[in-house]
Design a protein around this ligand. Sequence first.
Ligand SMILES: NC(=O)c1ccc[n+]([C@@H]2O[C@H](COP(=O)([O-])OP(=O)(O)OC[C@H]3O[C@@H](n4cnc5c(N)ncnc54)[C@H](OP(=O)(O)O)[C@@H]3O)[C@@H](O)[C@H]2O)c1
Length: 291
Amino acid sequence: MTGSSGLVGTALLKYLTKEGYSVSLLKRSKVLAANEFFWDPSRGEIDKLALKGIDVVVHLAGEPIAQRWSSSAKKRIVNSRVNGTRLLAETIAQSQVLPSLICASGANYYGDQHEGVADESSPSGIGFLAEVCRKWESAANPAIEAGVRVVFMRTGIVLSGYGGALAKMLPFFKLGVGGRIGHGWQKMSWISLPDLVSAYVFAMENLAVHGAVNAVAPEQVTNSKFTKTLGKVLGRPTVFPLPASLVKILFGEMGKETLLCNLGVLPKSLTDLGFEWQQAELEIALKHTLS
Ligand SMILES: NC(=O)c1ccc[n+]([C@@H]2O[C@H](COP(=O)([O-])OP(=O)(O)OC[C@H]3O[C@@H](n4cnc5c(N)ncnc54)[C@H](OP(=O)(O)O)[C@@H]3O)[C@@H](O)[C@H]2O)c1
């Protein structure tokens, strides 16, 4: 597993360890524990022993998206994903026994949906994040060409009280100064952290899963509905809207593509494959997340 110290990696590692899986970690630090191996995607360095006897590689690593997108930040966001994915894909392709590659990606692959909703057959959209996702996924081509089973987990907003978008909103909502963002009609595609962990395990275990998989809950909501539901779960008013103009000033292009973008994405592949969500509805997911 790469990116094991992150929001998703920490939860997935905890689950896999509890269930008795044997997990090796690729770390960028040179101080390594027994099950850890060194890699530095920026220098193209990887300890190939990490892949010996491995059934599945789960690749989560990447520079955080939630920061101001200066030109140097944009380079880090793209390069960390492209270099890391290509290095893994090339290393896997040279292995004697080919492990599957389950690679994180984003629901932003589809860009702003305006009126409609996207499923896995929809084309990629416009914008920086859509471009990041295209380059990220294309970097896995050496593995695909070698016949490796590759899965791209096009993930929506992951709900957690400890990190990611929800954790950043919570202090404002808890103080009663939260509200819708912009006009609030934009659709948000989300997934609870336990369901995302289950979706990763489903993709690891189920050889029928391959290619793009939208890792989102079946219920997409508008930002207004998300805001009202969060307020209801917290027992707080949500009467302070954050105007689109202020989002653009505070967060720049990042705010436009993440907070104001209409991202209606359906999990067609997971549904067709029989995946069962534990928290398919937002209110249930938020209650569970914040309990
Ligand atoms: N959370 C979400 O809402 C969400 C939504 C859509 C897509 N995703 C994608 O899913 C993946 C996992 O998400 P997450 O929320 O767990 O991410 P995260 O908390 O930001 O963790 C990502 C991990 O990547 C590694 N990393 C950070 N900067 C790096 C760099 N410059 N180069 C190489 N590795 C770097 C770190 O792990 P180590 O220190 O262990 O190397 C870090 O813990 C990410 O690729 C993310 O873009 C997440």
